[in-house]
Design a protein around this ligand. Structure first.
Ligand code: ZN
Length: 565
């Protein structure tokens, strides 16, 4: 026994010193004295990591990392700062975020008067006839909380066409000049999947356009120039890396955007990873079916293998498709925005071509409709006829789910991709839209996880602000930013901090087929880290909102750093 034990010691010490003896290659970068949460079950905590090229080559103690320090190794002392795997926003609109920075940003306005004042200031600078566009207003906290009308806008903008998107993008208000250009009057029928809101008394359009009806005006607005698009993208990327995002999963768009990503990656101007879904159905999706996915270009920065569909609208605009009528407007249950005859063949082709589907579904009818459609496609296309056996199809938002449908996600292998900030914003008005009973399946994170689902977490920026700490806080606190939680908010649906961390790291990686590449801190994986000013796994909930990103590392490169922290 003694011989055996000493033999073990010999083997053990030989093993321990072997890297040094074998002269491990020196790292390019070593982080030491970190408070590192790895999201790797085999070794959940560490103090140091070593990086060579774009990969992690060591995770462990400060002493262990020392052997990787060579003459040209940069050593960064984190002095106890918290490190998590590079955070991912699983539902993001990158150009929307960029354009929010360069057009009229209407976020955070608290009254109709302020809204009109802000728009007027812009109109005053515009040339006659120039389009005024903007985004981000939300009437929920206005008194009274009613949509603005074209009459409101006509007072301040008689000569310029105006179209202003609600924050959720599912409704917009237009003035008379804009409606005139689009040829919309009292006789214009609602397009499929949309609604031209009309005044109850006069029957005239009141300016609000829901979902597909927005396009009737939108198509008359001159598109952004190539320069505008590039400027918006650079601003959007800059904002994201400063907030600590290392990848965004961009929900919708086109090949022109992909071409711009490639150009800017080629020029070294953007470093953020982008997992792109193309808008569908239509010509972009057809091109993806024809040409096949783009996977891991530019050092695993760019992947295009998914398409984004819509089956309904939003709860705020009452265009989400519900099984029963809205509690605060019993003459409507919302509406579906796609026909089953159109969806079925599309889904089957996607399965055969190995294209991932991301479908926007908000209402309980919308969610059931998607699950049914996915299930039918899975049954009708056999495994051998699929390019990818495990297609990892997603439902974006999955906000209101009939409790009977919750277990169907895990059973079908369908991934609910959800945005915690939607819950803490929407739960202020969801009780009136849905009634207390239907809230049982609303933003049901804990129930979904318990039933076996993973939940990639996202922000849906620019619908929401798009900040990782707001999302993390919303997921664990399920209270609004002031710490308020109302009747019917279901605090038991909040998640643990460990689960919340997974929502923004390994779960979005899985939802992008990248769980072997990123999403946790382990040897061999891409060196993506988000470094935070406080220990979000331990501090009181409300302090999460004051936590800042102090450094962002993508592929072993420090792409953002607060100089003094
Ligand atoms: Zn979205």
């Amino acid at each position: 026994m003694k011989v055996f034990a000493s033999l073990l010691v010999v083997i053990f010490s030989a093993f321990c010193i072997s890297p040094a003896a074998a002269k491990v290659p020196p790292a390019d970068l070593v982080f030491k004295n970190g408070n590192i949460y790895t999201v790797n079950g085999a070794r959940p905590k560490a103090k140091a990591v070593a990086i060579k090229g774009d990969r992690i080559i060591f995770v462990g103690s400060n002493r262990g990392a020392q052997q990787y320090v060579g003459r040209n190794t940069r050593v960064v002392d984190l002095s106890g700062k918290t490190v998590v795997p590079g955070m991912t926003d699983a539902h993001h609109h990158l150009f929307g975020v960029g354009f929010r920075e360069i057009t009229l940003n209407l976020e955070g306005i608290t009254s109709l008067d302020d809204f009109l004042a802000k728009v007027k200031a812009r109109v005053d600078q515009a040339r006659p006839g120039e389009w005024i566009t903007g985004r981000g207003w939300i009437e929920t906290f206005w008194k009274p909380p009613v949509f603005p009308t074209r009459a409101d806008l006509d007072k301040i903008a008689p000569n310029n066409p105006v179209l202003l998107d609600r924050a959720d993008g599912h409704g917009a208000v237009a003035n008379s000049a804009a409606l005139k250009i689009a040829g919309i009057d009292r006789n214009t029928p609602n397009p499929f999947g949309g609604e031209i809101s009309k005044d109850k008394q006069s029957g005239e359009p009141n300016g609000m356009l829901l979902d597909a009806a927005q396009d009737l005006v939108q198509l008359h607005i001159p598109g952004p120039t190539a320069e505008d698009a590039e400027r918006a993208l650079l601003l959007g990327v800059k904002r994201n890396v400063e907030l600590g995002w290392t990848q965004v999963q961009d929900a919708g768009g086109n090949y022109a955007e992909v071409a711009l990503f490639r150009k800017l990656y080629g020029e070294g101007k953007i470093k953020l990873r982008i997992y792109k879904a193309l808008s569908a159905p239509g010509k972009e999706a057809q091109q993806l079916f024809r040409e096949g996915p783009i996977i891991g270009e530019h050092g695993h920065r760019l992947t295009v293998r998914a398409v984004k569909l819509y089956v309904d609208g939003s709860l705020g605009s009452r265009s989400a498709a519900l099984l029963e009528p809205y509690s605060d407007k019993p003459d409507t249950s919302g509406f579906l925005t796609i026909k089953e005859e159109e969806l079925r063949p599309f889904l089957e082709e996607a399965l055969r071509k190995g294209v991932q589907i991301e479908t926007h579904a908000i209402g309980d009818r919308g969610n059931r409709f998607v699950l049914d459609a996915y299930e039918k496609a899975f049954t009708s296309v056999a495994h051998r006829d699929r390019k990818k056996r495990d297609p990892r199809w997603r439902v974006e938002h999955s906000q209101i789910i009939n409790p009977a449908d919750i277990p169907r996600f895990a059973k079908l292998g369908v991934i609910p991709s959800m945005q915690p900030s939607h819950a803490i914003g929407d739960l202020h008005f969801a009780p009136s839209r849905l009634g207390i009973k239907r809230l049982a399946g609303a933003y049901a994170w804990a129930s979904l996880i318990k039933s076996g689902s993973i939940i990639p977490g996202g922000s849906d920026a620019p619908v929401e602000r798009g900040e990782p700490m707001i999302e993390f806080y919303a997921a664990v606190a399920r209270k609004d930013m002031k710490g308020f939680s109302g009747e019917g908010w279901h605090p038991e649906e909040a998640v643990t901090r460990e689960q919340a961390l997974k929502m923004f790291t390994i779960w979005p990686a899985f939802a992008a087929f990248e769980e072997k590449l990123r999403g946790s801190i382990a040897v061999g994986k891409l060196a993506d880290f988000t470094i935070l000013s406080a220990d979000v796994m331990k501090i009181p909930e409300i302090e999460i909102l004051q936590t800042r990103c102090v450094m962002t590392v993508i592929g072993g490169e420090i792409v953002f750093e607060v100089k003094q922290y």
